[in-house]
Write a protein that binds this ligand. Sequence first.
Ligand code: AMP
Length: 184
Amino acid sequence: MKVLNQTDKEYLLKTIRDVKDFPKPGIVFKDITTLLNDEKAFGFLMDHLKTRYEDEKIDFVAGIESRGFIFGAALATKLGCGFVPIRKPGKLPYTTISEKYSLEYGVDEIEIHIDAFKSKQEIPKVLLIDDLIATGGTATAAVTLLKKVGVNCFEACFLLNLTFLQGDEQVKKHTNVYSVLEID
Ligand code: AMP
């Protein structure tokens, strides 16, 4: 499957803004809103993801709240498949299944509708997507949640991978991992 060359990676990376000390001191927040409001960069990224996945017969793209919704929903329309939101607790209106995961301090939780994939007769092929992988905790919980509702997560896709945190190693224990860009 297609990956970007170094020139294209550098082009996309330049459209992402670093915001220091957000949401707390010591964190460099990767702000993808600057990529989204650059129509050439956003279009280029979505065309790349379409090219990578268009022959894979994906049934659903599942996006992690909230920036995974932006890329996931845009990709689903390009691939001609459905979109499923994986949300923070208490946001989905119908019956949900949830998965807790550890943070540096405390725990967090994500949820999915129990019938999110019921529109397909056979076991659907699902692509998971989020903007960024850091420790890998959120994505690992999302893959576990997909397993709980009985679907096969074919690949977890991220725009950015903070490789120094090695979160991708955690997720790779459960599914394939693809990141468009790496930050060392
Ligand atoms: P993790 O569970 O540690 O892999 O964190 C991934 C989630 O936290 C993703 O949904 C990201 O959007 C968000 N996140 C973590 N670190 C950053 C960062 N430095 N910049 C932007 N988003 C981040």
